[in-house]
Design a protein around this ligand. Structure first.
Ligand code: GDG
Length: 466
């Protein structure tokens, strides 16, 4: 069983009022689909519409069990505690987290609803894989209700250092919730280390390497494993798209429509304050101001897909970014040569691939990012072994993608030098780096990620009782 905040389907109303479900093919679905089908898997999650109850249903060979959320749950559990408390706290408090007791109460209540839904349908001894920061209490709730289950948890976002984590008023409850799992997966070695340290500091449980011994009443303990499993993408699927003639034609058309600049620089992010979009614009703007880049030669295409638009920090961010883009275009664009081509849209995957193919330089400047799949997608698409990836050290991806041009996005001079290095990099060096990056991404794709997590989970569960 897989448990995640969102089900991998979207609810759609046709013009005649009939309701249908459309698969929303994210990386997680692609990774787990074959396994889920083969094992008669069940996916538990919220179907994306508030205040409506849905019966379990089947979609493309996978059983889906909807958990309903009210408008109040969305405001308190989702936009509130998940996205305005945990998200900023876990991303190094780039934006100040809000702590509200009513949000916490709602988080507990909704986590209980998810746990109950799983407990009600899980087969005896089933393996349950819970995903992400919205559901950190589910492992403990589930273990109490169903001690027969094998429980794994994967955190898609960073786990912060103790000095930051310890600000959370509910720091012990969250750790205890996670420790209900047999295996807790993180993106980076550092995240798993931060988690184990927090457990030692707050509970004093013995930890050794990746093992944590959690007292289980009396003299007994349960062994919990906390370690890193860097997530990835379906690299072959991205390459297949990139090889399609229509997508290659679209990629040439994009360059043409941008006024045929010598260099296209690309940024693709959800419009989120963790992604360092402002830092990227500042560095690029200074290069234009200093005449080290000119708009006739270079265009920065920034896709900022709409995200969490009802959370205050995201509204402020949008204003800030759009002001900066407007100023820069006013100052440096010429007719037919935009300095920044900015798009506050979500695009179909085909269009994203065409953009990746068109981009000579990919800029990933996140201030903190669990992994950053965009970096891996860019690499997977570049079967021509060309293009330069500029990658922030503060992404999980930088642990693996060492042949990228690595940057500290807080150091604007460093970002500027990296952009110039990337723009002027000789072809043989671009090829050498991209080859090495591609090997890394194709050898460690999302299927390898889920297989490795699930093998470790079933192994970990076997050695559990101490
Ligand atoms: C979280 C963690 C971790 C974006 N705009 C469009 C679009 N996207 C796609 C990208 C990519 C995905 O969304 C974004 O993934 P990231 O990993 O870059 O970032 P988060 O959304 O913050 O994801 C992150 C991830 O979970 C997985 O564990 O890596 O660290 O924060 O796939 O391509 N896709 C389409 N149109 C868009 O406009 N089709």
């Amino acid at each position: 069983m897989v448990v995640s905040n969102r089900l991998p389907v979207d609810h759609e109303l046709a013009e005649d009022g009939t309701a249908t479900w459309r698969a929303s093919p994210g990386g997680l679905v692609t990774a787990l689909e074959p396994l889920m089908r083969a094992s008669g898997g069940v996916w538990v999650g919220w179907p994306g519409v508030a205040d409506q109850e849905f019966e379990p249903f089947e979609n493309d060979g996978i059983s889906l069990v909807p958990v309903s959320l009210s408008q109040h749950d969305l405001e308190f559990y989702y936009e509130g505690f998940s996205n305005d408390t945990l998200w900023p706290l876990y991303h190094d408090v780039i934006s100040p987290p809000s702590f509200h007791r009513e949000w916490w109460d709602s988080y507990v209540e909704v986590n209980r609803r998810f746990a109950d839904a799983v407990a009600a349908v899980a087969a005896p001894g089933a393996t349950v894989w819970v995903h992400d920061y919205q559901l950190q209490l589910v492992p403990r709730m589930l273990r109490e209700a169903r001690p027969d289950l094998v429980i794994g948890f994967f955190n898609h976002i960073p786990f912060p250092p103790y000095g930051i984590y310890s600000q959370l008023p509910w720091r012990k409850q969250i750790l205890d919730g996670l420790l209900g799992a047999d295996l807790i997966g993180f993106q980076r070695v550092a995240d798993a280390g931060n988690f184990s340290r927090a457990v030692r500091r707050l509970f004093g449980y013995p930890t050794r390497g990746t093992a944590i011994d959690v007292p289980d009443g009396g003299q007994r303990f349960r062994r919990v494993v906390a370690r890193h499993f860097p997530i990835s993408i379906d690299a072959n699927a991205f390459e297949e798209l990139a090889r399609r003639p229509d997508i290659q034609a679209r990629s040439r058309q994009i360059r043409d429509e941008l006024g045929n600049p010598k260099t296209i620089i690309l940024g693709v992010d959800r419009l989120d304050y963790t992604k360092g979009i402002g830092h990227r614009l500042k560095a690029y703007g200074e290069l234009l101001a200093e005449g080290r880049l000119i708009a006739e030669d270079v265009t920065l295409v920034q896709v900022a897909s709409p995200s969490r638009e009802r959370v205050g920090a995201y509204m402020d961010l949008r204003d800030e970014i759009e002001l900066a883009v407007g100023r820069m275009n006013g100052d440096y664009s010429t007719i037919g040569h935009p300095a920044v081509s900015y798009h506050h849209h979500g695009y179909p995957r085909e269009e994203m691939v065409a953009l990746y193919l068109a981009a000579d330089v990919m800029l990933v400047t996140a201030l903190r990012d669990g992994m950053n799949l965009v970096a891996k997608e860019y690499v997977a698409v570049r079967f021509d072994e060309d293009g330069v990836l500029v990658l922030s050290e503060f992404t999980g991806a930088s642990d693996q993608l060492k042949q990228a041009v690595l940057i500290n996005p807080h150091d604007i001079e460093d970002v500027k030098s990296a952009i110039l290095l990337a723009v002027n990099m000789p072809k043989p060096e671009r090829k050498r780096r991209m080859r090495a990056l591609r090997r890394k991404v194709f050898d460690n794709d999302v299927a390898a990620w889920s297989a490795s997590f699930l093998e470790t989970l079933t192994g970990a569960a076997k050695v559990a009782p101490g």
